[in-house]
Design a protein around this ligand. Sequence first.
Ligand SMILES: CC(C)(COP(=O)(O)OP(=O)(O)OC[C@H]1O[C@@H](n2cnc3c(N)ncnc32)[C@H](O)[C@@H]1OP(=O)(O)O)[C@@H](O)C(=O)NCCC(=O)NCCS
Length: 152
Amino acid sequence: MIIREFKLSDLKRVIEIEEMSFDDPYPPSILRDIYNLGAGFLIAQQDNIILGYIIFWIRFEDEGHIISLAVDKGYRRQNVGRQLVEMVMEIFQKFDMKNIKLEVRAENTGAINFYRNVGFKEEKLIPGYYEDGEDAVVMNMSLNSSNPINST
Ligand SMILES: CC(C)(COP(=O)(O)OP(=O)(O)OC[C@H]1O[C@@H](n2cnc3c(N)ncnc32)[C@H](O)[C@@H]1OP(=O)(O)O)[C@@H](O)C(=O)NCCC(=O)NCCS
C-alpha cells in the first residue's frame, strides 16, 4: 500500500468512499474547496485502487486537526486507517505540533474505538455539535517524546 497526495482526479472515488461511510457526507464541492484552501489530503492506494483518505490541517499554532478519515468498507480492519493517521502524526511532528484533535459523532463507537486504539484520548463532549443535534466527542493525542512514533 502507498500513501500519496490527493489529486482532483481522485475526487470521484473519494466521494464514493465518503458516501458509503457517512450518513451526512461532505458534498464534492466542499471537499474540493477544503483541498483548494490548502488542507492536507492524503490517499491510501493499493494496485491502483483507492482504499481510503484522510484530510487534516493546522488549526492553531501548535495544534493539528483531523477533518475527515474514511476507508472503503471492503478494506476496513486491515490497518489502512491506522497507517493514514500515523502518516499525519509524522507530518504534524515535522511541523512541531504539540497535539492533534478531532471531533467524532458520539454514536460512532467504531471510530471512537479506532481512535483510542491509535493513541487518542477522549477529552470532552460537545452537546448538539452536529446539525442533526448529535453530540461530538473531542479526542486528543499529545505528540510528545513518549509517543511511539517519535522513538522510531
Ligand atoms: C474508522 C475507520 C476509518 C477505521 O479504519 P480501518 O482501516 O478499518 O481501521 P484499522 O484497520 O486501521 O483499525 C486499527 C484498530 O482500530 C480498532 N478499530 C477499527 N475499526 C473498529 C471498529 N469498527 N470497531 C472497533 N474497533 C475498531 C481495532 O482495534 C483495529 O485493530 P484490529 O483490526 O487489529 O482489531 C473506518 O472504520 C471508517 O472509514 N469508518 C467510517 C468513517 C468514519 O467513521 N470515520 C471516522 C470519523 S471522522
